[in-house]
Each structure stands twice: as structure tokens, then as C-alpha cells.
Design a protein. Structure first.
Length: 406
């Protein structure tokens, strides 16, 4: 028996029945879409449920306990992201929500520089985007950014992913941030795919803002995070006007004072259980041996990538080349097979869950597949993606490879 760990996956013994009647353990290889729940998150929710009440709204013991739990969760996330004085941690619904919130808080007239390698959540919300082609190397990314910023006049921000949801490649965030900061440009990092695999410190990444989702961080209870500099957030109109976001409201329309700090953008009753679950995972990851977790994941990645060389017609896609560091995500192009059909057969005949399509990153997937078609997220065009993390095993990788070969 292995000791119980807060990072053990809940439900990793899910069974499925194959068409021939064989019952097998479901191999979940779609963590990049939504990771499974870990004990830390489930336990935090279980502990709080008997005391659950309104947040910031009551004097009773349930409300007091819930308010305390919510604000402690914020402190834990601040520590996880290295947010300090002058920063703000806002609980949101997910990464999409966090980036949309920030997009509406940019000072008027701000240009947003963004590469075409982004998930749509980090491509579409920005009011004045300057889109740079997806680069072929980290050096090319840095040079392209430098060129773009040299030509820009007026205020600008850079927004960039920490790790690609298509290729798993880690982007050169620190180098890009150094260039951006040399022009006085703030940096936003979409950490949806980085946070589950790497420590994400604002300071070490050189980021001014970080966004990520609980459901990709083993806490599937509907919370996300925007962490970063408070000044623009405090100056911006509230994301959701209503109770909680308002400090005082007079008798006439427009007679009101908005709250500052996270409350300004957390109008309405917050998602207490989501925030507490997310913080519980942050705490468990902070206390874990991240090097051991990283090594295990990299071993699985190597096994999968090596094995793919023996799968006829399958090619792993990459933007920056095979040597670029990656998180546990691999996307595969097929010569002559429809990835959606392959994914369906993996599920039906082998009990393996992966994702096929364009992963809400149409410009990048088009660039990687050199296909002219622009299907919807999850349609038959595009690639097949396998992704993993905590609790993933060599057996799952081997089953995927064997199934692909067959
Ligand atoms: N950014 C990246 C890199 C992602 O992979 C995703 C989701 O797949 C998102 C943003 C959006 O995350 P959510 O759907 O949780 O808002």
C-alpha cells in the first residue's frame, strides 16, 4: 500500500466496459482539458460543507467561518503566485473569465501584443490587439516582440501563454517579459497549462499578471484566479456591478462608491467552495516535492514521444522543435486518419480518453497542420492530443501507444 497523499487523484479506478465485454480501467489522458480532482480539493470541500454559509455577509457562525475560509484561500493563492503588497488576487470562474476581466481593466487606448500561438481565451478578449505570427523558436519570439514594441507608440501590454495547450511547449516568458519591461510594457501570463505542472511565481516569471483555472489544477469546483498588480484593477469599472462590488450607494443613479481590492471585481456571492478547493491544491503543491513530480511527468513524456516514432503515420507536432521543454501534453498529426475517428475508437475500443480537434487554438493548429480549414473546437479537423499529470502512469501511456499502433 502507498501512503495516502493530498495529491492522490479521486476516482482513478473508474472502469469501462469495452465492446467485447472486457472491463478495463479508464485511462484518462485529457488532463489539459480538465484534470481529475485530487484528495486535497475534495477534502477541503467536505470539511467546509457542514459549516458552509454566506461570505462577507453575516454575523452568524456559518458566515464567519465561510468568510474566514474564503479570505484564507486568497492568502494561500497569493503565496502560490508570489503576489505581494501592491498586488491583488481576484477569484474568477476560470482563465477565460480572468483574462476578460483584465482586458476590461486595461487603461483606455492600451494596445495588446499577442502571438498567434494562443488559446482563444488569450487571443479574443483584448480590445486593441496586435497579433504577431506564431514564432518558430524562442529567439524568434523575442526578436519579433522587440521589433513590434519598437514600432508601437502609446501604452501597451504583452499577453503570452506559459505553456501551449496544443504542443505543451513552455514559452520563453521570462525573456519576453524582460524585453517588454524594457519598453515599460506590462506582461500578462496565461498560466492555465503551466500552473498544473510548474511553480508559477509572478516574480520569477517576470509577470505582472497571472491567470489560471481550478479545473485544470485538480480543483474542479468552478473557480479561477487573476493575480497581479492592483492599480489598474482598482481604477477600472467593476467587472460585475452589484452587491459586494459597491462600497456605498446613494439615492440617485450614479451616486455610488465602488469598492477597491478584489471585492470590486467579485460582485455577487462568491464561489466559496471553488476558491477553497483551489487553494487546498495550491497548498498541497507548495508542500510537495515538485522535482519528483516533474521527473515523473517528464519520464512519461519521453516514453510517449519515443513510442510515437513506432506508430505508422503519426507525427508529433511542435512549434519550437523537439528540444524545447514541455509540460505533459503531446499533439499528434495523422497521415491519412481522421483524429476525431481515432479518438472515438480509443474511447470505445480501448477505454482511453484523449481529445481531438483544434483545442480552441485555431490559428496555431492551422499553422501546425498547415491546413486551410477552420473547424470548430472539437470537430473532426486538426490533431489528437494526449495530456497527463498527477496520477498518470506508464501503463496508460503504453496502452495508448499499443492502441494507436493497432
Ligand atoms: N488558456 C489555455 C492555455 C488553455 O489551455 C485554456 C483551456 O483549455 C484556457 C486558457 C481557458 O481555460 P478555461 O476554459 O478554464 O477558461
Amino acid at each position: 500500500m502507498f501512503p495516502i497523499s493530498p495529491l492522490d487523484v479521486v476516482g482513478d479506478d473508474l472502469k469501462v466496459t469495452l465492446p467485447d465485454g472486457e472491463v478495463v480501467r479508464f485511462a484518462h489522458l485529457d488532463y489539459a482539458a480538465s484534470a481529475p480532482c485530487v484528495r486535497a480539493a475534495a477534502g477541503a470541500v467536505q470539511d467546509l460543507l457542514p459549516r458552509y454559509g454566506s461570505v462577507h455577509r453575516g454575523t452568524g457562525v456559518r458566515s464567519q467561518a465561510s468568510t474566514l475560509a474564503y479570505e484564507l484561500a486568497r492568502d494561500v493563492v497569493a503565496e502560490f503566485t508570489g503576489a505581494g503588497p501592491g498586488d491583488c488576487v481576484v477569484f474568477t470562474r476560470n482563465t477565460t473569465d480572468a483574462l476578460n476581466l483584465l482586458a476590461r481593466a486595461l487603461p483606455p487606448g492600451t494596445t495588446t501584443v499577442v502571438f498567434d500561438g494562443e488559446h482563444h481565451a488569450n487571443l479574443l478578449p483584448w480590445p486593441n490587439p496586435v497579433r504577431l505570427p506564431a514564432p518558430s523558436s524562442p529567439d524568434e519570439a523575442v526578436e519579433a516582440l522587440d521589433r513590434a514594441l519598437r514600432q508601437l507608440t502609446g501604452p501597451a501590454v504583452l499577453t503570452v501563454t506559459g505553456a501551449s495547450n496544443v504542443t505543451g511547449e513552455v514559452w520563453p516568458v521570462r525573456r519576453l517579459a524582460d524585453v517588454a519591461h524594457s519598453y515599460g510594457v506590462r506582461v500578462i501570463v496565461d498560466a492555465a497549462q503551466l500552473a498544473p505542472h510548474h511553480p508559477v511565481s509572478l516574480h520569477e516569471l517576470g509577470a505582472d499578471y497571472l491567470a489560471f483555472s481550478g479545473h485544470k489544477l485538480y480543483a474542479p469546483f468552478g473557480a479561477g484566479v487573476l493575480a497581479g498588480r492592483a492599480d489598474w484593477l482598482d481604477a477600472a469599472p467593476p467587472y460585475l456591478a452589484g452587491g459586494g462590488a459597491s462600497a456605498s450607494v446613494g439615492d440617485r443613479p450614479g451616486e455610488l462608491t465602488w469598492a477597491t481590492g478584489p471585492a470590486r471585481h467579485e460582485g455577487g456571492t462568491p464561489n466559496l467552495l471553488g476558491a477553497v478547493a483551489l487553494a487546498a491544491v495550491c497548498e498541497a503543491l507548495t508542500g510537495a516535492d515538485r522535482t519528483a513530480l516533474h521527473d515523473h511527468e517528464q519520464a512519461l513524456l519521453t516514453r510517449l514521444r519515443d513510442g510515437l516514432r513506432d506508430v505508422p503515420g503519426a507525427t508529433e507536432v511542435s512549434l519550437f522543435g523537439p528540444e524545447q521543454p514541455r509540460v505533459g501534453i503531446v499533439s499528434i498529426a495523422f497521415d491519412g486518419s481522421d483524429p476525431a475517428e481515432v479518438a472515438r475508437r480509443l474511447a470505445r475500443d480501448h477505454g482511453i480518453g484523449v481529445r481531438a480537434g483544434q483545442f480552441c487554438a485555431h490559428p496555431l493548429v492551422r499553422r501546425l497542420t498547415r491546413s486551410a480549414s477552420a473547424g470548430e473546437c472539437g470537430t473532426a479537423t486538426g490533431l489528437l492530443r494526449a495530456s497527463f499529470g498527477l496520477g498518470s502512469t506508464t501503463d496508460e501511456v503504453d496502452r495508448l501507444l499499443a492502441a494507436l499502433r493497432s
